[in-house]
Write a protein that binds this ligand. Structure first.
Ligand code: PIT
Length: 448
Protein backbone atom coordinates (compact mmCIF):
# COMPACT_ATOMS: atom_id res chain seq x y z
CA UNK A 1 0.00 0.00 0.00
CA UNK A 2 1.31 3.44 -0.88
CA UNK A 3 0.62 4.85 2.57
CA UNK A 4 3.01 2.31 4.08
CA UNK A 5 6.06 4.36 3.04
CA UNK A 6 9.01 4.18 5.42
CA UNK A 7 6.58 4.86 8.31
CA UNK A 8 4.54 1.69 8.07
CA UNK A 9 4.56 -1.75 9.67
CA UNK A 10 1.91 -4.47 9.49
CA UNK A 11 -0.49 -4.26 12.42
CA UNK A 12 -2.51 -6.98 14.19
CA UNK A 13 -5.46 -6.32 11.88
CA UNK A 14 -3.24 -6.98 8.84
CA UNK A 15 -3.24 -3.34 7.65
CA UNK A 16 -0.25 -1.02 7.48
CA UNK A 17 0.31 0.87 10.76
CA UNK A 18 1.42 4.45 10.48
CA UNK A 19 3.98 5.57 13.08
CA UNK A 20 2.73 2.86 15.43
CA UNK A 21 -0.56 4.68 15.80
CA UNK A 22 -2.91 4.53 12.82
CA UNK A 23 -3.89 1.30 11.10
CA UNK A 24 -4.56 2.31 7.51
CA UNK A 25 -7.71 1.08 5.77
CA UNK A 26 -9.46 1.63 2.44
CA UNK A 27 -9.15 4.73 0.27
CA UNK A 28 -11.99 7.19 0.81
CA UNK A 29 -11.11 9.58 -1.96
CA UNK A 30 -8.44 11.32 -3.99
CA UNK A 31 -7.54 14.96 -3.63
CA UNK A 32 -4.78 17.28 -4.74
CA UNK A 33 -1.37 15.69 -4.10
CA UNK A 34 -2.63 12.51 -2.47
CA UNK A 35 -5.40 10.35 -1.18
CA UNK A 36 -7.52 10.08 1.92
CA UNK A 37 -7.74 6.74 3.76
CA UNK A 38 -9.95 5.47 6.55
CA UNK A 39 -7.70 4.53 9.47
CA UNK A 40 -8.06 3.30 13.03
CA UNK A 41 -6.37 5.12 15.89
CA UNK A 42 -4.84 2.22 17.84
CA UNK A 43 -4.73 4.29 21.05
CA UNK A 44 -8.46 5.03 21.14
CA UNK A 45 -9.89 2.41 18.80
CA UNK A 46 -11.71 5.21 16.95
CA UNK A 47 -11.80 5.63 13.20
CA UNK A 48 -10.23 8.67 11.58
CA UNK A 49 -9.42 9.84 8.04
CA UNK A 50 -5.74 10.14 7.06
CA UNK A 51 -4.80 12.39 4.17
CA UNK A 52 -1.47 11.31 2.67
CA UNK A 53 0.58 13.85 0.74
CA UNK A 54 3.76 13.20 -1.19
CA UNK A 55 6.27 15.86 -0.02
CA UNK A 56 8.05 15.91 -3.35
CA UNK A 57 4.86 16.68 -5.28
CA UNK A 58 3.91 19.41 -2.83
CA UNK A 59 7.38 21.00 -3.02
CA UNK A 60 7.55 20.65 -6.82
CA UNK A 61 4.23 22.46 -7.18
CA UNK A 62 5.50 25.21 -4.85
CA UNK A 63 2.66 24.44 -2.44
CA UNK A 64 4.60 23.83 0.78
CA UNK A 65 3.71 27.24 2.21
CA UNK A 66 0.06 26.70 1.31
CA UNK A 67 0.15 23.31 3.00
CA UNK A 68 1.64 24.82 6.18
CA UNK A 69 -1.01 27.53 6.09
CA UNK A 70 -3.77 24.95 5.80
CA UNK A 71 -2.45 23.17 8.89
CA UNK A 72 -2.21 26.43 10.85
CA UNK A 73 -5.75 27.40 9.82
CA UNK A 74 -7.29 24.02 10.63
CA UNK A 75 -5.74 24.16 14.10
CA UNK A 76 -7.39 27.54 14.58
CA UNK A 77 -10.95 26.44 13.77
CA UNK A 78 -12.77 23.83 15.84
CA UNK A 79 -16.43 23.76 14.96
CA UNK A 80 -19.08 21.01 14.55
CA UNK A 81 -19.37 21.81 10.82
CA UNK A 82 -15.64 21.90 10.05
CA UNK A 83 -13.60 18.71 9.64
CA UNK A 84 -11.28 18.58 12.62
CA UNK A 85 -7.53 18.16 12.26
CA UNK A 86 -6.37 15.76 14.98
CA UNK A 87 -2.69 15.43 14.24
CA UNK A 88 0.05 16.06 11.67
CA UNK A 89 2.82 13.52 11.06
CA UNK A 90 5.68 13.46 8.61
CA UNK A 91 8.30 11.09 7.32
CA UNK A 92 11.15 11.73 4.89
CA UNK A 93 8.83 11.55 1.88
CA UNK A 94 5.26 11.95 3.15
CA UNK A 95 3.05 14.23 5.18
CA UNK A 96 0.06 12.72 6.96
CA UNK A 97 -2.93 14.63 8.27
CA UNK A 98 -5.09 12.68 10.74
CA UNK A 99 -8.56 14.19 10.33
CA UNK A 100 -12.04 13.66 11.68
CA UNK A 101 -13.68 10.84 9.73
CA UNK A 102 -16.72 11.85 7.70
CA UNK A 103 -18.28 8.91 5.90
CA UNK A 104 -21.12 10.29 3.81
CA UNK A 105 -19.10 11.64 0.85
CA UNK A 106 -19.26 15.05 -0.80
CA UNK A 107 -22.38 17.19 -1.01
CA UNK A 108 -21.40 17.50 -4.68
CA UNK A 109 -21.94 13.74 -5.18
CA UNK A 110 -25.36 14.01 -3.58
CA UNK A 111 -26.36 16.82 -5.94
CA UNK A 112 -25.04 14.90 -8.96
CA UNK A 113 -26.94 11.80 -7.81
CA UNK A 114 -30.20 13.42 -6.79
CA UNK A 115 -30.26 16.77 -8.59
CA UNK A 116 -31.60 19.66 -6.52
CA UNK A 117 -32.67 19.12 -2.90
CA UNK A 118 -35.92 20.07 -1.12
CA UNK A 119 -35.90 23.59 0.40
CA UNK A 120 -36.04 22.28 3.99
CA UNK A 121 -33.00 20.12 3.36
CA UNK A 122 -31.20 22.99 1.59
CA UNK A 123 -32.00 25.25 4.55
CA UNK A 124 -30.40 22.82 6.98
CA UNK A 125 -27.23 22.43 4.90
CA UNK A 126 -27.08 26.17 4.28
CA UNK A 127 -27.51 27.00 7.99
CA UNK A 128 -24.66 24.63 8.87
CA UNK A 129 -22.49 26.11 6.12
CA UNK A 130 -23.17 29.69 7.26
CA UNK A 131 -22.48 28.72 10.87
CA UNK A 132 -19.06 27.25 9.90
CA UNK A 133 -18.21 30.20 7.63
CA UNK A 134 -19.18 32.77 10.25
CA UNK A 135 -17.10 30.92 12.83
CA UNK A 136 -14.06 31.02 10.50
CA UNK A 137 -14.59 34.73 9.87
CA UNK A 138 -14.80 35.43 13.60
CA UNK A 139 -11.35 33.81 13.86
CA UNK A 140 -9.98 35.86 10.98
CA UNK A 141 -9.99 32.91 8.55
CA UNK A 142 -11.43 33.12 5.01
CA UNK A 143 -11.89 29.84 3.15
CA UNK A 144 -11.84 31.25 -0.41
CA UNK A 145 -12.73 27.96 -2.12
CA UNK A 146 -16.20 27.08 -0.86
CA UNK A 147 -17.96 24.70 -3.26
CA UNK A 148 -19.99 21.48 -2.90
CA UNK A 149 -16.83 19.37 -3.52
CA UNK A 150 -15.40 20.81 -0.28
CA UNK A 151 -18.52 20.08 1.77
CA UNK A 152 -18.74 16.57 3.20
CA UNK A 153 -21.78 14.91 4.77
CA UNK A 154 -21.61 12.70 7.83
CA UNK A 155 -23.90 9.75 8.43
CA UNK A 156 -26.48 11.95 10.18
CA UNK A 157 -26.57 14.28 7.16
CA UNK A 158 -24.52 17.01 8.86
CA UNK A 159 -22.33 19.16 6.69
CA UNK A 160 -18.56 19.48 7.33
CA UNK A 161 -16.30 21.95 5.51
CA UNK A 162 -12.90 20.64 4.32
CA UNK A 163 -9.91 21.86 2.35
CA UNK A 164 -8.54 25.07 3.78
CA UNK A 165 -5.68 24.86 1.26
CA UNK A 166 -6.62 28.19 -0.30
CA UNK A 167 -7.71 29.89 2.88
CA UNK A 168 -6.28 33.21 4.02
CA UNK A 169 -5.80 34.70 7.43
CA UNK A 170 -6.97 38.25 8.11
CA UNK A 171 -3.36 39.23 8.86
CA UNK A 172 -2.52 38.54 5.19
CA UNK A 173 -4.53 41.54 4.04
CA UNK A 174 -2.48 44.35 2.44
CA UNK A 175 -2.38 47.90 3.76
CA UNK A 176 -5.76 48.59 2.06
CA UNK A 177 -7.26 45.90 4.35
CA UNK A 178 -8.09 43.71 1.35
CA UNK A 179 -6.87 40.34 0.10
CA UNK A 180 -5.26 40.29 -3.32
CA UNK A 181 -4.58 36.65 -4.20
CA UNK A 182 -6.56 35.36 -7.15
CA UNK A 183 -8.02 32.03 -6.05
CA UNK A 184 -11.06 29.80 -5.89
CA UNK A 185 -13.04 27.92 -8.50
CA UNK A 186 -14.46 30.02 -11.37
CA UNK A 187 -18.15 29.03 -10.96
CA UNK A 188 -18.05 29.80 -7.22
CA UNK A 189 -15.62 32.74 -6.99
CA UNK A 190 -17.03 36.24 -6.41
CA UNK A 191 -16.68 38.72 -9.30
CA UNK A 192 -14.43 41.01 -7.22
CA UNK A 193 -11.99 38.09 -6.68
CA UNK A 194 -11.72 37.60 -10.45
CA UNK A 195 -11.47 41.38 -11.01
CA UNK A 196 -8.19 41.28 -9.04
CA UNK A 197 -8.38 44.72 -7.42
CA UNK A 198 -8.42 43.41 -3.85
CA UNK A 199 -11.39 41.94 -2.05
CA UNK A 200 -12.90 41.39 1.37
CA UNK A 201 -12.44 37.67 2.20
CA UNK A 202 -15.69 37.49 4.23
CA UNK A 203 -17.81 38.95 1.44
CA UNK A 204 -16.15 36.65 -1.14
CA UNK A 205 -17.05 33.60 1.02
CA UNK A 206 -20.65 34.84 1.31
CA UNK A 207 -20.89 35.02 -2.51
CA UNK A 208 -19.70 31.37 -2.71
CA UNK A 209 -22.36 30.42 -0.11
CA UNK A 210 -24.88 32.08 -2.45
CA UNK A 211 -23.73 29.97 -5.42
CA UNK A 212 -23.92 26.84 -3.22
CA UNK A 213 -27.46 27.75 -2.10
CA UNK A 214 -28.49 28.33 -5.72
CA UNK A 215 -27.01 24.95 -6.74
CA UNK A 216 -28.84 23.20 -3.87
CA UNK A 217 -32.19 24.77 -4.80
CA UNK A 218 -31.88 24.80 -8.60
CA UNK A 219 -29.71 21.72 -9.26
CA UNK A 220 -27.50 23.75 -11.64
CA UNK A 221 -24.97 26.60 -11.51
CA UNK A 222 -26.34 30.17 -11.62
CA UNK A 223 -23.73 31.30 -14.18
CA UNK A 224 -23.04 28.23 -16.31
CA UNK A 225 -20.60 28.67 -19.15
CA UNK A 226 -17.64 26.83 -20.65
CA UNK A 227 -15.86 30.13 -21.03
CA UNK A 228 -14.50 31.67 -17.81
CA UNK A 229 -14.69 35.22 -19.20
CA UNK A 230 -18.36 34.85 -20.14
CA UNK A 231 -19.03 33.26 -16.75
CA UNK A 232 -17.37 36.20 -15.02
CA UNK A 233 -19.39 38.71 -17.08
CA UNK A 234 -22.63 36.97 -16.14
CA UNK A 235 -21.64 37.00 -12.45
CA UNK A 236 -20.59 40.63 -12.71
CA UNK A 237 -24.01 41.61 -14.15
CA UNK A 238 -25.95 39.30 -11.83
CA UNK A 239 -27.23 37.64 -14.98
CA UNK A 240 -29.06 34.49 -13.83
CA UNK A 241 -32.63 33.20 -13.48
CA UNK A 242 -34.26 31.51 -10.51
CA UNK A 243 -36.19 28.39 -11.59
CA UNK A 244 -40.00 28.52 -11.13
CA UNK A 245 -40.03 26.03 -8.24
CA UNK A 246 -37.97 28.30 -5.96
CA UNK A 247 -40.07 29.79 -3.13
CA UNK A 248 -40.64 33.56 -2.86
CA UNK A 249 -38.45 33.83 0.25
CA UNK A 250 -35.60 31.98 -1.50
CA UNK A 251 -35.97 34.28 -4.54
CA UNK A 252 -35.52 37.24 -2.19
CA UNK A 253 -32.46 35.81 -0.44
CA UNK A 254 -30.49 34.49 -3.44
CA UNK A 255 -30.02 37.91 -5.12
CA UNK A 256 -28.84 39.39 -1.81
CA UNK A 257 -26.11 36.72 -1.68
CA UNK A 258 -25.31 36.98 -5.38
CA UNK A 259 -25.05 40.76 -5.24
CA UNK A 260 -22.10 41.63 -7.55
CA UNK A 261 -21.28 44.58 -5.29
CA UNK A 262 -19.52 43.30 -2.13
CA UNK A 263 -20.28 46.58 -0.33
CA UNK A 264 -24.05 45.99 -0.53
CA UNK A 265 -23.97 42.17 -0.37
CA UNK A 266 -25.84 40.60 2.56
CA UNK A 267 -23.87 39.95 5.79
CA UNK A 268 -24.06 36.82 7.96
CA UNK A 269 -26.14 38.66 10.57
CA UNK A 270 -28.64 39.65 7.86
CA UNK A 271 -28.71 36.11 6.39
CA UNK A 272 -29.54 34.64 9.80
CA UNK A 273 -32.34 37.21 10.11
CA UNK A 274 -33.82 36.62 6.63
CA UNK A 275 -37.31 35.05 6.33
CA UNK A 276 -36.04 32.09 4.26
CA UNK A 277 -33.36 31.25 6.81
CA UNK A 278 -35.66 31.71 9.79
CA UNK A 279 -38.41 29.48 8.43
CA UNK A 280 -38.98 26.39 10.62
CA UNK A 281 -38.99 23.09 8.79
CA UNK A 282 -42.16 21.02 9.02
CA UNK A 283 -39.95 17.96 9.09
CA UNK A 284 -37.40 18.27 11.90
CA UNK A 285 -35.76 15.01 10.95
CA UNK A 286 -32.33 15.22 9.33
CA UNK A 287 -32.32 13.89 5.77
CA UNK A 288 -31.74 10.13 5.54
CA UNK A 289 -28.07 9.14 5.49
CA UNK A 290 -26.59 9.09 2.01
CA UNK A 291 -26.75 5.60 0.50
CA UNK A 292 -22.95 5.40 0.26
CA UNK A 293 -22.61 5.29 4.08
CA UNK A 294 -21.58 1.77 5.11
CA UNK A 295 -23.85 1.09 8.12
CA UNK A 296 -21.78 -1.86 9.37
CA UNK A 297 -18.79 0.37 10.16
CA UNK A 298 -20.84 2.67 12.38
CA UNK A 299 -19.09 3.89 15.53
CA UNK A 300 -20.94 2.53 18.58
CA UNK A 301 -19.42 4.57 21.38
CA UNK A 302 -20.12 8.05 20.06
CA UNK A 303 -21.91 10.33 22.55
CA UNK A 304 -25.44 11.35 21.76
CA UNK A 305 -25.68 14.78 20.18
CA UNK A 306 -26.53 17.43 22.72
CA UNK A 307 -29.84 19.12 21.99
CA UNK A 308 -28.93 22.75 22.49
CA UNK A 309 -32.50 23.88 22.94
CA UNK A 310 -33.19 21.46 25.77
CA UNK A 311 -29.92 22.46 27.34
CA UNK A 312 -30.58 26.16 27.20
CA UNK A 313 -34.19 25.90 28.27
CA UNK A 314 -32.92 24.33 31.51
CA UNK A 315 -31.30 27.58 32.44
CA UNK A 316 -31.85 31.28 32.68
CA UNK A 317 -30.36 34.22 30.78
CA UNK A 318 -26.80 34.93 31.77
CA UNK A 319 -26.28 31.87 33.92
CA UNK A 320 -25.84 28.49 32.29
CA UNK A 321 -23.09 27.62 34.73
CA UNK A 322 -24.92 24.77 36.53
CA UNK A 323 -24.74 22.94 33.18
CA UNK A 324 -20.95 23.14 32.98
CA UNK A 325 -18.41 21.79 35.40
CA UNK A 326 -14.68 21.85 35.95
CA UNK A 327 -11.97 24.42 36.31
CA UNK A 328 -13.55 26.89 33.95
CA UNK A 329 -16.18 27.55 36.62
CA UNK A 330 -13.64 29.29 38.86
CA UNK A 331 -13.41 32.59 37.02
CA UNK A 332 -17.15 32.69 36.78
CA UNK A 333 -17.65 32.27 40.52
CA UNK A 334 -15.69 35.49 40.75
CA UNK A 335 -18.62 37.14 38.99
CA UNK A 336 -18.34 36.12 35.32
CA UNK A 337 -21.05 35.09 32.93
CA UNK A 338 -21.98 32.08 30.84
CA UNK A 339 -24.78 32.65 28.39
CA UNK A 340 -26.30 31.34 25.19
CA UNK A 341 -26.84 33.52 22.15
CA UNK A 342 -28.27 33.23 18.64
CA UNK A 343 -25.97 36.03 17.49
CA UNK A 344 -23.30 34.85 15.01
CA UNK A 345 -19.77 34.50 16.47
CA UNK A 346 -18.57 37.50 14.46
CA UNK A 347 -21.40 39.55 16.05
CA UNK A 348 -20.34 38.55 19.58
CA UNK A 349 -16.71 39.43 18.80
CA UNK A 350 -17.62 42.83 17.38
CA UNK A 351 -19.86 43.58 20.40
CA UNK A 352 -16.88 42.96 22.67
CA UNK A 353 -14.61 45.02 20.44
CA UNK A 354 -17.11 47.90 20.45
CA UNK A 355 -17.35 47.64 24.24
CA UNK A 356 -13.56 47.79 24.55
CA UNK A 357 -13.46 50.84 22.29
CA UNK A 358 -16.02 52.84 24.26
CA UNK A 359 -15.33 51.46 27.74
CA UNK A 360 -15.94 54.03 30.47
CA UNK A 361 -13.47 56.63 31.69
CA UNK A 362 -10.97 55.20 34.14
CA UNK A 363 -11.47 51.75 32.72
CA UNK A 364 -10.11 51.99 29.21
CA UNK A 365 -9.98 48.54 27.62
CA UNK A 366 -8.31 47.23 24.52
CA UNK A 367 -8.66 43.96 22.64
CA UNK A 368 -5.38 42.12 23.12
CA UNK A 369 -6.31 38.85 21.44
CA UNK A 370 -9.03 37.69 19.10
CA UNK A 371 -7.84 34.19 18.35
CA UNK A 372 -8.87 30.56 18.29
CA UNK A 373 -10.49 30.54 21.73
CA UNK A 374 -12.24 33.88 21.67
CA UNK A 375 -11.55 37.43 22.72
CA UNK A 376 -9.40 38.93 25.48
CA UNK A 377 -10.00 42.45 26.75
CA UNK A 378 -7.35 44.11 28.86
CA UNK A 379 -7.35 47.32 30.83
CA UNK A 380 -5.18 50.01 29.23
CA UNK A 381 -4.12 51.25 32.68
CA UNK A 382 -1.79 49.37 34.96
CA UNK A 383 -4.52 48.68 37.55
CA UNK A 384 -4.21 48.09 41.29
CA UNK A 385 -2.03 45.74 43.31
CA UNK A 386 -3.26 42.77 41.30
CA UNK A 387 -2.36 44.35 37.97
CA UNK A 388 -4.39 45.14 34.88
CA UNK A 389 -7.96 43.98 34.67
CA UNK A 390 -8.25 41.36 31.92
CA UNK A 391 -11.39 39.62 30.74
CA UNK A 392 -11.44 36.53 28.51
CA UNK A 393 -14.51 35.50 26.51
CA UNK A 394 -14.48 32.00 25.02
CA UNK A 395 -17.04 31.30 22.35
CA UNK A 396 -18.33 27.75 21.81
CA UNK A 397 -20.73 26.50 19.18
CA UNK A 398 -23.19 24.07 20.77
CA UNK A 399 -25.29 23.77 17.60
CA UNK A 400 -25.40 25.64 14.31
CA UNK A 401 -26.78 29.10 15.11
CA UNK A 402 -26.43 28.61 18.88
CA UNK A 403 -23.31 29.75 20.70
CA UNK A 404 -22.37 29.66 24.34
CA UNK A 405 -20.16 32.52 25.52
CA UNK A 406 -18.09 31.98 28.65
CA UNK A 407 -16.76 35.19 30.22
CA UNK A 408 -14.14 34.94 32.95
CA UNK A 409 -11.65 37.11 34.77
CA UNK A 410 -8.22 36.61 33.26
CA UNK A 411 -6.25 39.02 35.42
CA UNK A 412 -6.58 41.91 37.86
CA UNK A 413 -8.75 42.61 40.85
CA UNK A 414 -11.94 40.57 41.44
CA UNK A 415 -13.98 43.52 42.75
CA UNK A 416 -13.05 45.65 39.77
CA UNK A 417 -13.93 42.72 37.51
CA UNK A 418 -17.34 42.34 39.17
CA UNK A 419 -18.17 45.99 38.74
CA UNK A 420 -16.99 45.88 35.10
CA UNK A 421 -19.32 42.90 34.50
CA UNK A 422 -22.36 44.46 36.13
CA UNK A 423 -21.89 48.04 34.92
CA UNK A 424 -20.54 47.52 31.42
CA UNK A 425 -20.44 43.96 30.13
CA UNK A 426 -23.94 42.81 31.08
CA UNK A 427 -25.75 45.93 29.82
CA UNK A 428 -23.75 45.76 26.56
CA UNK A 429 -24.63 42.13 25.91
CA UNK A 430 -28.14 42.01 27.43
CA UNK A 431 -30.00 42.08 24.12
CA UNK A 432 -28.06 39.22 22.54
CA UNK A 433 -28.52 36.83 25.46
CA UNK A 434 -30.88 34.04 24.59
CA UNK A 435 -32.91 33.40 27.72
CA UNK A 436 -35.27 30.52 28.49
CA UNK A 437 -38.78 31.46 27.41
CA UNK A 438 -37.46 33.98 24.89
CA UNK A 439 -38.09 33.71 21.17
CA UNK A 440 -39.05 30.23 19.98
CA UNK A 441 -36.00 28.64 18.36
CA UNK A 442 -37.51 28.87 14.91
CA UNK A 443 -34.60 28.75 12.48
CA UNK A 444 -32.22 26.69 14.51
CA UNK A 445 -34.57 23.79 15.22
CA UNK A 446 -34.30 22.98 11.57
CA UNK A 447 -30.56 22.54 11.75
CA UNK A 448 -29.80 20.85 15.07
C1 PIT B 1 -13.11 12.44 3.26
C2 PIT B 1 -13.42 12.11 4.57
C3 PIT B 1 -12.80 12.80 5.60
C4 PIT B 1 -11.90 13.80 5.35
C5 PIT B 1 -11.59 14.12 4.05
C6 PIT B 1 -12.20 13.45 2.99
C7 PIT B 1 -10.64 15.19 3.85
C8 PIT B 1 -10.43 15.75 2.69
C9 PIT B 1 -9.52 16.85 2.51
C10 PIT B 1 -8.79 17.41 3.56
C11 PIT B 1 -7.94 18.42 3.34
C12 PIT B 1 -7.80 18.95 2.04
C13 PIT B 1 -8.52 18.42 1.01
C14 PIT B 1 -9.38 17.35 1.25
O1 PIT B 1 -6.96 19.99 1.81
O2 PIT B 1 -13.11 12.47 6.87
O3 PIT B 1 -13.73 11.78 2.26
O4 PIT B 1 -7.19 18.97 4.32
Amino acid sequence: MAAADEAGKKGGGGGVVLQGRYEMGRVLGHGNFGRVHVARDLRTGKSVAVKVLAKEKVVRAGMMEQMKREIAVMKRVTHPNIVELHEVMATRSKIYLALELVRGGELFARIVRCGRVAEDVARRYFAQLVSAVDFCHSRGVYHRDLKPENLLLDEAGNLKVVDFGLSALADHARADGLLHTLCGTPGYAAPEVLRDKGYDGAMADIWSCGVILYVLLAGSLPFPDDNIVTMYRKAQRGDYRCPPWMSTDARRLVPRLLDPNPATRITVAQIVDSPWFRKTSISRQPPPPPPTAPAAEKEKDEPETLNAFHLISLSEGFDLSPLFEGDSGKGRREGGMLFATREPASGVVSRLEELAARSGAGRMMRVTKSGARGVRLEGAERGGAKGRLAVAADIFTVAPSVLVVDVKKDGGDTLEYRSFCSEELRPALQDIVWAAGADPPAPATAVV
